[in-house]
Design a protein around this ligand. Structure first.
Ligand SMILES: CC(C)(COP(=O)(O)OP(=O)(O)OC[C@H]1O[C@@H](n2cnc3c(N)ncnc32)[C@H](O)[C@@H]1OP(=O)(O)O)[C@@H](O)C(=O)NCCC(=O)NCCS
Length: 150
């Protein structure tokens, strides 16, 4: 690749739009995931499970990333119930990272959740790059969750 092409790619991220995924995206989604052996089963499960929504970042070259969302009705800390959207997975194609595609997908997730009157968007992550990605967007740790491994 020439220097001009390299600079061009850094300066201009691919023009993308975010849309809902469907069964015709199965192969592209499988290609995004790390473990080919389990990827197809995983993608089919996501596509078939009620309450699971897939948003994909699409450019002219194809699907560049996916956000897997779980929508739940949960007890509110102060009583009552509210709708929560959990980002179960968010993956950008390894060749396309660092171009704000993940951030763009996350912004679409928040917009999607707001349109459905969700009270909050959650992400469960350990320490590391993924945590920094969510924190850089504005996510903050909430101490009101008690969890028991099933
Ligand atoms: C995490 C991931 C989705 C980020 O996607 P991306 O398109 O490369 O991220 P963006 O370019 O939108 O980055 C947005 C911000 O997140 C932070 N960030 C992104 N990747 C980061 C990394 N590897 N380390 C630290 N911070 C990072 C930065 O603050 C960045 O802002 P900047 O560009 O001003 O530095 C991508 O690296 C990925 O698919 N990782 C493997 C799967 C994963 O860990 N997913 C998250 C848990 S579900």
């Amino acid at each position: 690749m020439s220097i001009i092409e390299a600079e061009h790619r850094t300066a201009l991220p691919p023009s993308i739009r975010v849309r809902l995924a469907g069964p015709r995206d199965c192969e592209a989604l499988v290609a995004l995931l790390d473990e080919p052996a389990h990827a197809r089963e995983q993608v089919l499960t996501w596509l078939e499970t009620p309450g699971t929504t897939l948003l994909v970042a699409q450019s002219e070259i194809g699907v560049l990333g996916v956000a897997v969302l779980l929508t739940r009705i949960m007890p509110k800390p102060g009583g009552g119930m509210h709708k929560v959207v959990e980002v179960d997975n968010l993956v950008v194609h390894p060749d396309q990272r660092g171009q704000r595609i993940g951030r763009r997908l996350l912004a679409a997730v928040v917009e999607w959740a707001r349109q459905r009157r969700a009270a909050q968007v959650e992400a469960v992550v350990g320490e590391g790059d993924a945590r920094r990605f969510y924190e850089s967007f504005g996510f903050a740790a909430a101490a009101d969750r008690l969890v028991l491994a099933a």
